[in-house]
Design a protein around this ligand. Structure first.
Ligand SMILES: [Zn+2]
Length: 328
């Protein structure tokens, strides 16, 4: 007769791995459990997980993993199994992609904004013998890879420190408009771009983060090519793609996305004079990620975006570290 309480001291959150570790106990119990048909609710206490697991669950996991055990027994070299593990989807690690441009003296800012400046306070060996480095930094909120808070263009909407994490960590999609943008730096993301994407990949789910790949990253950090001008203060000659007002309305009101982003300096295209995309997204409390990169390395969907800005109290924008997590 089996005990309904057994401690598996090495059974931790990696359930599959732990089943292997405890296989000799589990196999014995599995046999017993199989013979105890009249106690289908028998539970096993899993110490490290602080919970009971049902007999059925254990049997299912053991069955699912028996082939691995057999392989182990057949294989004289356990090292081979270890080598095979990384290819096993059960052990696959998510792939992380950094979508952030580094901040340094070459980082591109809006022509009227203060650029990034790092000033050394101290770098060297102190008179006490230990090494010490420290810098001061100055920069506008809006430059490099950064987040536009809704309050940037919408009165009474979220500042940086009001934005909930749900708007910043969410499933992502990538809409690719490179084919059109390469011939027209003044092009805009249109509702058709969104609807065409949905024809292939399905409707964009509420709460998604929509990223647009224009190909503008290729010009970074050349200001003349990326912005259209390299003259400080020159906003008349800005040329790069951005969201149309209509696309912003579709994403905000109908798809109710969590956030949007793109690989150009602004949510609105360079020649915009009244920034309708900023206004529409801002009014809907939708943060915008600007100057993101590496979007071409992402699949059209099936990844998670983690976009964490510097948490500036009352900020209208902030430097952003943004990554995508793909799979497994
Ligand atoms: Zn901005």
């Amino acid at each position: 007769m089996i005990s309904t309480m057994r401690y598996y001291p090495r059974w931790s959150e990696m359930l599959t791995q732990c089943i292997n570790n405890n296989l000799k106990y589990l196999k014995r119990d599995f046999k017993s459990l199989a013979n105890v048909g009249f106690r289908p609710k028998a539970n096993v206490w899993i110490k490290n997980m602080n919970c009971f697991v049902s007999k059925d669950f254990i049997m299912e996991r053991v069955k699912a993993n028996l082939w691995k055990c057999k392989f182990r027994l057949l294989c004289a070299f356990h090292a081979l199994l270890v080598l095979a593990l990384p290819a096993n989807p059960l052990y696959a690690e998510p792939q992380l992609v950094d979508l952030t441009h580094p901040f340094d003296e070459t980082t591109i800012y809006w022509p009227t904004n203060k650029t990034f400046h790092l000033e050394s306070v101290f770098s060297g060996r102190t008179d006490k013998g230990y090494w010490y480095e420290s810098n001061d930094l100055t920069a506008s909120e809006h430059g490099g890879t950064h987040l536009d808070a809704p309050a940037h263009f919408a009165e009474g909407r979220w500042h940086i420190d009001d934005i909930p994490l749900e708007s910043l960590i969410a499933p992502g999609v990538v809409i690719d408009i490179r084919a059109r943008a390469k011939d027209n730096p003044d092009t805009r993301i249109l509702p058709e771009d969104i609807l065409n994407w949905e024809k292939t990949h399905g409707r964009i789910a509420k709460g998604s983060i929509v990223l647009v790949l224009t190909g503008w990253e290729a010009f970074w950090p050349n200001k003349k090519l990326y912005l259209g001008t390299d003259k400080p203060g020159d906003v008349a000659n800005l040329h790069f793609p951005g969201f149309s007002k209509e696309a912003a309305e579709l994403l905000s009101h109908e798809r109710k996305v969590a956030a949007v982003g793109l690989d150009t300096p602004s949510l609105d295209y360079g020649q915009s004079k009244d920034f309708p995309a900023h206004q529409v997204f801002g009014a809907a409390n939708i943060p915008g990620f600007e100057n993101v990169c590496q979007l071409a390395t992402l699949p059209p969907k099936g990844f998670r975006v983690i976009a964490l800005p510097m948490l500036i109290g009352n900020g209208s924008g902030a430097p952003l570290r943004i990554v995508a997590e793909i799979g497994p």
